[in-house]
Design a protein around this ligand. Sequence first.
Ligand code: XIL
Length: 454
Amino acid sequence: MAGAGLALSTQFAHAQSTLRAGADAQGIDIAVAVNDNLLQNDSTYRNTIATQFNSVTAENVMKMDAVEPSQGNFNFAPGDRLVQFAQQNDMSVHGHTLVWHNQSPNWIKNLSGSAMRQAMENHITTTMNHWEGDIAGWDVVNEVVDGGQLRNSFWLQAMGPDYIQWAFEAARAADPSADLYMNDYSIEGINSKSDKYYQMAQDLVSQGLLDGMGFQSHLILGQVPGNMEQNLQRFADLGLKVRITELDVRIQMPASQQELQQQAQDYQRVIDICTSIADCSGVTVWGLRDGDSWVPDVFSGYGAPLLYNDNYTTKPAYDAVLEALGGTPPDDDTTPPDDDTTPPDDDDTTPPPTGDGDCTAVIDVVNDWGSGWQGNVMITAGDSAVSGWTLNWTWPSGQSITSSWNADISSSGSSVTASDVGWNADIAAGQTMNAWGFVGSGSSASPQVTCTAG
Ligand code: XIL
């Protein structure tokens, strides 16, 4: 700290202004599924990914139909392109995927059990050998459970239940330095499907064949499972890494401003879960911009599931991820993050705030690293809309705010006053806004907060 003149600019000294800087500071991957066409043809796409992410996954080009379209003929060129891009930009690569019932070539589906085993092992060995040392972790098997039992896929039908172990044995031998994962959807919470994986994980861990569990996390707005952290933790307690591998949060279209705020909270919650678990290796978002997402093609009527708008401006969910990673949006508390991207007709769907309403607020401790901590402040409007808010509280034991984002703060001794910065003044009746946040000194605390609307 050089001197008094720097006081204002060093107020944000802890802040990181890209996702990747935040993730690097947290020691996790923030990754994105990459579309090969865009990688080749769109320099804004490439630059955004290289700037914001420290890890990538191939959305399609490392799947079996792309890599081994006919038996014994391997096409590594598109995957090589991604690996090269990652290496040039100092990013890691998560491999997706070796054994899956979708996007597998037809030729393998017609083989007998023993011929299929040989072909599966050859695919794993050849693919992993090719990228040995370049790929940090592989989704060795993908979506092999359905409900509470093994999925009745062509793999299971031809080879029987041992094929999963055979796949892991081949993978371990092919690249001993790669982390080996199972990966699936709808296993974020504790349920019969995640229970089945838990059993399989215990078995594979006891044989030294499994290193990680991937939770795809194709989520519906407002539906982050309440026991997601507990669920991931039980896998971590087996000695595994856990990873959020395909995160998106889909919204029934058209998405309102309130829904985009809820989406931001959902993203933030998932990042918080990963940063709370020591062995969480990272979070991958399944695509960069809303228009790049697979969601509208597959979940009819849903969309807007990602962090970026199609013109590469960021959504509230981006700001929430950045904050959850300990960063702060570059425009900080003076500019609305994305007012210029709000479609004009959104005003029709968002009722204008009507008055001074009442409000409540809580300080949510989202991270505590011993020498400091991060608080996010959630404000809830009562029966009528809030248009402007002021919060007051008293620190219980000498805490102070070292940096903050999205609020005007003044402190006197242990008492603090915080108020909105304009663009986050309005909260619709009954809604909760993840309104602002701060980095605190001392031990974390959640003192009672008084919220005054108007
Ligand atoms: C999806 C891709 O996003 C699409 O482009 C492709 O057409 C189909 O596959 N679970 C997975 C991913 O493991 O590989 C899927 O990706 C999404 C669901």
